[in-house]
Design a protein around this ligand. Structure first.
Ligand code: NAD
Length: 478
């Protein structure tokens, strides 16, 4: 069993209180590692180390292209250890192995993408008047804090940390207490690179302790939080007390809108994958199927057939669906399934899956017959549970699509180009996909929420600006 350490100021450390947290393998329920239970004092030390590193000439003098090279080196190590890391991520989160590979590949791409960007974010000059030179530079912000959830640990860490370092900031990461394994590996790569001590720090611990301490720490200059709405509000309030900019990447209840003129084979495939990925424990899961009324019977029949064939099993067996993260999440989903029996029709699934491996497994589930304002239609279930609604025309489809407090992602499935463009322009979501869902997760595409799915954007070029602040300099020379 691994005894994990935090990485603070270039050193491998335990928490000051000497306590640890057990990390479990979701597939078996068995303990796979122990993790330092970091608290305020540990976080303070990490933030101070990041602050000293940021203010040091040692880091300031690293040229932008050299920062890029450091990031390329991390990408290279991820690539070198791809098999080991995919297995580790798959085991730690409980996601089917092939999805573990996809996550490592995405992490590699984040480091590569932001490595290439490190020396390409430029300023501008502004014409004011003769004798006055006005220019704008984008400077790093300082100590950036990154609070990461348990469902896509390495991807979510990589996307914000790579962008922050590319822009010359220093970093304190708080990984999720359930899934810290790959973050510890990233710390090992940083350690091998001999970056100035304190540029990258990784603290571990419970959200209410280490996470809360980081979000309210007066030494941080920026906060990127990915997680639930409730926690997002709490961390945002804490950071606001210190007047610190925040990027919030929160939950979703994303619709897949299916019209009768779609390509049925591709659409069934897209709709099913969108809800079963990572056992539905995905912020952008396509958890609501909105289908044109006249097409419902034919389409749903195909989706139900597919659901019945899906296999559930331990992560490394690489079936279609792995275990639910832990008993707490599992019980939460079971409560929703109980409600489903009272308020709707369970077309398939709705109960624990028959997998005798020790973890918590659920059958993929489809629920029909719900009213659009019911809890099951409105709340993020975070499990392999698809809810179904029908519409008669574009307007009703739009109304339903926009009827929750979330607005992360939406899918539109139709061959009618005008309708696709019209809906894309009217849907409240940070990403709209037409005749696909997720576009393979492209690291280049801005990602983030409308409404309570958050604010600010991760991924793509635009995310670099989260990690810079703008300075205008006006020079009178005449
Ligand atoms: P969570 O909010 O419980 O935890 C997220 C992180 O915050 C963890 O590291 C946790 O330890 C920490 N935390 C918990 N309480 C805290 C507090 N009081 N102060 C500071 N930090 C605290 O979320 P989760 O259950 O880990 O993740 C699932 C949620 O994340 C879902 O709602 C999902 O939709 C969302 N999510 C969003 C995105 C996105 O990019 N939009 C990506 C993945 C997950």
């Amino acid at each position: 069993m691994k005894e994990l350490k935090m990485y603070v100021n270039g050193e491998w450390v335990d928490s000051k209180n000497g306590e640890s947290i057990a990390v479990h393998d979701p597939s078996t329920g068995k303990q796979m590692a122990s993790l330092p239970r970091g608290e305020q004092a540990d976080v303070d030390e990490a933030v101070q180390a990041a602050k000293r590193a940021f203010e040091s000439d040692e880091w300031r003098k690293v040229k932008p292209f050299e920062r890029g090279r450091l990031l390329y080196k991390i990408a290279g190590r991820l690539e070198r250890d791809r098999d080991e890391l995919a297995n580790l991520e798959s085991q730690d989160v409980g996601k089917p192995l092939s999805q573990g590979y996809a996550d490592i590949d995405a992490a590699i791409r984040y480091f590569e993408f932001y490595a290439g960007a490190a020396d390409k974010v430029m300023g501008e000059t502004i014409p004011i008047e003769d004798g006055l030179l006005d220019y704008v530079v984008r400077e790093p912000i300082g100590v950036t804090a990154h609070i990461v959830p348990w469902n896509y640990p390495i991807q979510i860490l990589s996307r914000s940390v790579a962008a922050a370092i590319a822009m010359g900031n220093t970093v304190v990461v708080k990984s999720a207490e359930d899934t810290p394994m790959t973050a510890c590996r990233i710390a090992e790569y940083v350690d091998e690179l001999e970056l100035p001590a304190g540029v990258f720090n990784h603290v571990t611990g419970y959200g209410s302790e280490a996470g809360a301490a980081l979000s309210r720490n007066p030494g941080i200059n920026q906060l990127t939080f990915t997680g639930s709405v409730a926690t997002g509000i709490a961390v945002s309030k804490a950071a606001n007390e210190n007047v610190v900019p925040v990027t919030l990447e929160l939950g979703g209840k994303s619709p897949n809108i299916v019209f009768a003129d779609c390509d049925i084979d591709k659409t069934v495939d897209g709709v099913v994958k969108a809800i079963i990925q990572n056992a539905g424990q995905t912020c952008s899961a396509g958890s609501r199927l909105l289908v044109e009324e006249s097409f419902k019977e034919a389409f749903l029949k195909r989706v139900v057939e597919r659901f019945k064939k899906l296999k559930v099993g331990p992560a490394l067996a690489d079936e279609d669906i792995g275990p639910i993260l832990n008993k707490r999440q599992y019980d939460r989903i079971l409560e929703y399934l109980e409600l489903a029996k009272q308020e709707g029709n369970v077309l398939v699934g709705g109960k624990p899956a028959d997998v005798d491996a020790g973890g918590c497994y659920l059958e993929p589930t489809i629920i029909d017959g719900l009213t659009p304002n019911s809890r099951l239609a409105q709340e993020e279930i975070f499990g392999p549970v698809l809810t179904v609604f029908t519409f008669k025309d574009d307007q009703e489809a739009l109304k339903l699509a926009n009827s929750t407090e979330y607005g992360l992602v939406a899918g539109v499935w139709t061959k009618d180009v005008s309708r696709a463009h019209y809906l894309a322009s009217r849907i409240d979501a940070g990403q709209v996909f037409v005749n696909n869902y997720g576009a393979g997760g492209g690291v280049q595409m801005p990602f983030g929420g409308y409404k309570k799915s958050g604010f600010g954007r991760e991924k793509g070029w635009i995310a670099l600006y989260n990690y810079t602040q703008v300075k205008n300099v006006a020079i009178r020379y005449e």
